[in-house]
Ligand binder design. Structure first.
Ligand code: PMP
Length: 360
């Protein structure tokens, strides 16, 4: 059996070294005589796994001490609701930036709890760009500002961090976390579903500034209150132990690759190889304004969509899998998170060139 290059947007590829180590430790984790899946989350062995994972993530992202890291469930989609539930306090409104499908989902959920001010949108440009910060219409009374630094479907990524002053900045980093260095201190909350750049599905990371914890109303369910999870070190109920363990191994792997600076260099290079191929051949197209093209999700279309099925079929034969674009936009999408080897991108680039030549 050989492993393929899986370009899925999530669940996505995991580093092979991590999967190998997990398989070696599957039956007996370090002499405990059981797998991590079978361990009590309150036992010494799992507590050590959990603590190391958090310490490694803190090191990787240089997370300041006044931020808590929560290991939760419910996916990024649950955060769409937890954020207004926990942050509104006595405020009635929040600012949202609309740059695509995931922003829209966050906005729709927030509307259940507050007045949403869409302070900037790129919808008029079919979400192929990012609104310039100078054009944002921020409300000084907003409880927070929410944005999506990387839109997984549109392949649009912010190349700047907005400065929202005293209003906490909240970022859905599901598809960009760990892809490059970021200054955590600029954010109120960073959250991410794990299944792209962190680990398996089922785990959700929340990195939250301490003063934003403890402001939920009494009607907020315990499980949806950040304070509950903070007080219990993310063990109020049974956490997703196996996903936490695997995420910890991914953090260690990224550290061993040289950390986020090294990761960023590779990611920029990998994405440039794909965009250069798309731009240099008349056969393919990507509509996103160049400075806002995502390093992680590279959508592209074939100018002749009649060839889509043939492209996917021939790619799959070379072990290039899951390249079909999101159903809402069609075409192709190559998601190239940290665990996608550069050789996978090189193989795809060569195939794209060969396919264009054979079918022009
Ligand atoms: N936000 C972004 C940017 C995403 O890409 C996704 C998943 N594709 C989500 C939110 C939803 O995440 P989850 O499935 O973990 O709820």
């Amino acid at each position: 059996m050989s492993r393929v290059y899986n370009f899925s947007a999530g669940p996505a590829m995991l580093p092979e070294a991590v999967i190998k180590k997990a398989s070696e430790e599957m039956l007996d984790w370090q002499g405990e005589g059981m797998s991590v899946m079978e361990m009590s989350h309150r036992g010494k062995a799992f507590m050590s796994i959990a603590a190391k994972a958090e310490a490694d993530l803190r090191k990787l992202m240089a997370i300041p001490e006044n931020y808590k890291v929560l290991f939760l469930q419910g996916g990024a989609s649950t955060q769409f609701a937890m954020i207004p539930m926990n942050l509104l306090g006595d405020k009635k409104t929040a600012d949202y930036i609309n740059t695509g499908m995931w922003s829209k989902k966050a906005i729709a959920e927030a509307k259940r709890y507050c007045d949403v001010n869409v302070a900037a949108t790129s919808e008029d440009n079919s979400f192929t760009t990012v609104p310039e910060f100078s054009s944002w219409n921020l409300n000084p009374d907003a409880a927070y500002v929410h944005y999506t630094p990387n839109e997984t479907i549109g392949g649009v990524e912010f190349n700047y961090i907005p400065d929202t002053g005293d209003v906490p900045l909240i970022a859905d980093m599901s598809s960009t976390i760990l892809s490059r260095e970021i200054d955590v201190s600029k954010f109120g909350i960073i959250y991410a579903g794990a299944q792209k750049n962190v680990g398996p599905a089922g785990l959700t990371l929340v990195i939250i500034r301490e003063d934003l914890i403890g402001n939920a109303g009494d009607n907020v369910p315990a499980m949806l209150n950040y304070a509950t999870h903070d007080k219990a070190d993310s063990m109020y109920n049974t956490p997703p132990t196996y996903a936490w363990y695997l995420a910890g191994m991914v953090f260690e792997w990224v550290l061993n690759q040289g950390g986020l600076k090294a990761m960023a260099e590779i990611n920029e290079r990998k994405s440039a190889k794909l965009y250069d191929t798309i731009d240099s051949l008349d056969f393919y197209a990507n509509p996103v304004e160049k400075q806002y093209r995502s390093w992680m999700n590279v959508p592209f279309t074939l100018k002749n969509a009649d060839l889509d099925a043939k492209f996917l079929e021939e790619a799959a034969k070379l072990g290039l899998q899951t390249l079909k674009g999101h159903r809402s936009v069609g075409g192709m999408r190559a998601s190239i998170y940290n665990a996608m080897p550069e050789a996978g991108v090189d193989t795809l680039v060569q195939f794209m060139k060969d396919f264009a030549q054979a079918n022009s």
